[in-house]
Design a protein around this ligand. Sequence first.
Ligand code: NAD
Ligand code: TYD
Length: 352
Amino acid sequence: MNVLITGGAGFIGCHVVRLFVEKYPEYRIFNLDKLTYSGNLENVKDLEDSPNYTFIKGDISDLEFVREIFEKHKFDKVIHLAAESHVDRSISDPLIFVKTNVMGTATLLQVAKESWKGNYENKLFYHVSTDEVYGSLELGGDFFYETTPYDPRSPYSASKASSDHMVRAWGHTYKMPIILSNCSNNYGANQFPEKLIPLFINNIVNGKSLPVYGEGINVRDWLWVEDHARAIDVIFHNGKHYETYNIGGHNEWKNIDLIKVLCKLVDAKIGNEPGTSEKLITFVKDRAGHDLRYAIDASKLENELGWTPSLQFEEGLSKTIDWYLENKEWLDSVTSGAYLDYYTKQYESSES
Ligand code: NAD
Ligand code: TYD
């Protein structure tokens, strides 16, 4: 079986690619990634020599290119993760989110449909999405269920909601086998340090201020990235076609409480006096349209497919901090001036 995984040089994708390459030597795994600012081949360097692994550099929204690789490699199944993924960037630069997340997803769907020519035996398009499509919850209130109506409120979540609708439309109209999953906030190794947890670990280590948006009362539901990858494995193999599965670890944290735990753990690990890093906390202007609370009900996945998260949060956070402390070179390389030049060029080329 030839499996195309998109976005496999990014944060979650690299863990999914590694799990599939190592666990399924009988599959041929193709990792398609444009290597934007958040894609990094260092994330999958250990897989380079694996006989069942191939990296392909390219853009999912480039129709001719996507046609060429489907023609050449005859993919049977797709696990689609490639996306623009950061809410703050979607606020300042929304159009690339529409191009990649909406047009890119529609392009992959259309080419998969053309390539499979109506013969869908052993074919699957699995779309990896986010809980942010459901909108925002009240503090202490209900959860997001698979049946919760969509109410995306940022350009990022609107682009992901749109991509989810595209996937369902191709499933419904052309009877193409599809599955979707919507996951809560991930944390772990290899996450680009613009997202809360790696940004704050990096800032603590460098004695820089910790910019808490608003009053820090927003709630996120955190899941260890390797547990997300395990869930994708279970859903890919045992999920029912045309179904959606929510993924989450019942692990809600108010931002400010999480940040204080992070400060305490990093201080202990790097030999700071207790309380040192909390002094770096700085309350800054709130994010525009900041969603108040996300919380996932994952009981469908737990009850129907038997998945549960493997790690408690403090253990996962501790492992995550250790990874960033042990991989300072990785962190320095993605936060260096060289990276910023690269980032600027990426945006120039994607706008032209
Ligand atoms: P990421 O930004 O770390 O990685 C995205 C990857 O996609 C990068 O390697 C990038 O180079 C690649 N990419 C971007 N545009 C591309 C294009 N046009 N063509 C080909 N490749 C392209 O993001 P992530 O956090 O790993 O998220 C992966 C997926 O999971 C996304 O679809 C995201 O919406 C979803 N998701 C993320 C979270 C989270 O907490 N990070 C939670 C739920 C769902
Ligand atoms: P983030 O990691 O960007 O994920 P998302 O917005 O997709 O949930 O942010 C997590 C939470 O942390 C969110 O409520 C915004 C907040 N936040 C800050 O307070 N300061 C920061 O510098 C960042 C990046 C996020």
